[in-house]
Design a protein around this ligand. Structure first.
Ligand code: BT5
Length: 330
């Protein structure tokens, strides 16, 4: 019996008797009692009244698969969910199950002990404060299109936050989202495949939802923020995640069918980097100049005194004394 079914049954009415649950689920009353005990251990507040039965008084703030999957209207993303209380890294776990897990599988962890950023950097992932997720995709795209997929994931998240919280984070090319000049999300796409073909893409997304400033390590307190810090409200992680999966899937399907033009034009509109004097380090070379455009292949175009360069991937730092674009309202 699925625990989610039992939660739904108890939640459907203000009280439901053990007898009724037993007959609806075709199990014994002792089994009901045991399962209710399990739900309580998972953090559900279930009270028992001698004559009226069980009552659901509260749900835990956990991304249990049956909670995330409830009312999720996607066709692919999150149809299979692997959920963990703790993992080293959801991207690492997704890599382990490539080939056996169906496309669209979502790996979630309440906390990561070795969350990864790009280039071996780490991602701070405290328990139940954010959304730490990886999705397994098998897009029919050439490897050169990967930067656009990264941008698509960022744009879809910006759109989702705008829809759900009424605040529009800006994309910091190529993989971050910023609110009030602080990083609220980072994206790490990893691939496996042969030359010329993307077999699998692991799309890893970290979203700072409910941290307080003191939840961040000292070196991040000036640079990072959570959506709660920005809005002043606790964020419903399940709602945000469900909406993200829906928006992301719609954008992903659209791009696979019609190309990335729509995503790129959103991206140009909501990119913090454009119009700024920046320094971009792609690991080989450092470019200094004005970020003027995002090209049709997702590259950042830098104007260095009239000479234009294209950068496919790298770290962007705004140069001092340049006005940063502010967030727009939704
Ligand atoms: C990223 O790398 O921003 C990609 C982060 C991807 C994290 C997700 S969580 C789920 C999935 N599983 C994983 O193991 N990873 C993905 P990068 O652009 O390299 O930025 C890394 C830098 O961001 C670090 O060096 C810190 O300075 C900063 N940072 C670390 N944790 C942060 C946090 N929670 N919020 C904001 N900034 C953070």
């Amino acid at each position: 019996m699925k625990l989610g079914t039992l939660v739904d049954l108890i939640a459907a009415e203000s009280f439901v008797s053990g007898e009724e649950i037993a007959s609806r689920l075709g199990i014994t009353r002792t089994a009901v009692w045991k399962q209710v005990g399990m739900l309580r251990k998972l953090g559900y507040q279930i009270t028992a009244h001698p004559r009226r039965g069980y009552h659901l008084a509260g749900r835990p703030d956990k991304l249990y698969p049956w909670e995330v999957g409830k009312d999720l209207s996607t066709q692919l993303l999150g149809k299979t969910i692997e959920y963990y209380d703790e993992l080293p890294s959801t991207n690492r776990r997704a890599k382990e199950i490539l080939g056996t897990a169906p496309e669209g599988t979502l790996v979630l962890a309440e906390t990561q002990t070795a969350g990864r950023g790009r280039l071996g950097r780490s991602w701070h992932s405290p328990s139940s404060a954010g959304i730490w997720l990886s999705l397994i995709l098998q897009p029919s795209l050439a490897p050169a299109e990967l930067p656009k997929l990264n941008l698509l994931a960022a744009v879809a998240l910006s759109q989702t936050v705008s829809d759900v919280l009424g605040l529009r984070p800006l994309v910091k090319w190529p993989n971050d989202l910023y609110c009030q000049n602080r990083k609220i999300s980072g994206i790490l796409t990893e691939v496996s495949g042969e030359l010329g073909r993307l077999e699998y893409v692991i799309l890893g997304v970290g979203i700072n939802a409910n941290q307080k400033v003191t939840d961040f390590p000292a070196d991040l307190q000036e640079k990072a923020a959570s959506l709660r810090m920005v809005t002043g409200r606790l964020v419903d992680r399940k709602l945000l995640l469900r909406n993200y999966l829906q928006v992301l899937e719609a954008e992903y399907f659209y791009a696979l069918e019609h190309g990335f033009d729509r995503c790129l034009s959103y991206c140009r509109k909501y990119t913090a980097t454009l119009g700024q004097q920046v320094e971009v380090n792609n690991g080989v070379k450092v470019y200094r100049g004005k970020a003027v455009d995002i090209a049709d292949d997702g590259a950042l175009i830098i104007d260095q005194q009239g000479e234009r360069s294209r950068v496919i991937a790298g770290d962007v730092q705004p140069l001092p004394n340049t006005g940063a674009k502010e967030e727009h309202d939704a």
